[in-house]
Design a protein around this ligand. Structure first.
Ligand code: 2BA
Length: 123
């Protein structure tokens, strides 16, 4: 099993999640913040079988093609980068890490019924 960690821009995330979950993959979305721009992005966690990695990465790639140029403002905290010749950065697309999973467990409560007549949880 493999664990994909995909960092994507917020504006690509809905499309990406619709696509990967539409193909039957399970995903968890976490709000995150980029260390460089310190603006919001989204981290998506996906656990999949080894033989599904390339297919899933292909879906992420096709969902996150949008690129946006962000011009750094020399009047604010990016002044060091501006001085170093970094005037704009390109964001969008996706950054994907693929990790080996040593063990996966999923505990389900399907053997235990906890619902009560009023629909709440029992004592
Ligand atoms: P940020 O760290 O906010 O970076 C946003 C964009 O700024 C980057 O886009 C890149 O184009 C630019 N950038 C970042 N560091 C730079 C530097 N030292 N000099 C010049 N430009 C720089 P992406 O490369 O597409 O990365 C998008 C987001 O993915 C990053 O947001 C960060 O949250 C994450 N990320 C990228 N590489 C990572 C890594 N190796 N480890 C962990 N997170 C990573």
């Amino acid at each position: 099993m493999k664990f994909l960690i995909a960092i994507v821009q917020d504006y690509d995330c809905d499309r990406m999640l619709r696509t990967v979950t539409g193909f039957g993959y399970r995903a968890t979305r976490i709000s995150s913040t980029g260390g460089f721009l310190r603006t919001g992005n989204t981290t998506v966690l996906i656990g999949i079988e080894d033989d599904q990695v390339e297919r899933c990465i292909g879906l992420i790639r096709q969902s996150c093609q949008a690129r946006t140029e962000v011009k750094l403002d020399p009047a604010n905290e990016y002044i060091e980068w501006f001085a170093a010749g970094v005037h704009e950065v390109t964001v969008g697309g996706a950054v994907v890490f693929v990790m080996n999973v040593e063990r996966f467990e999923q505990f389900r409560a399907d053997a235990v019924s906890v619902s009560t007549r009023d629909g709440g949880f029992g004592d």
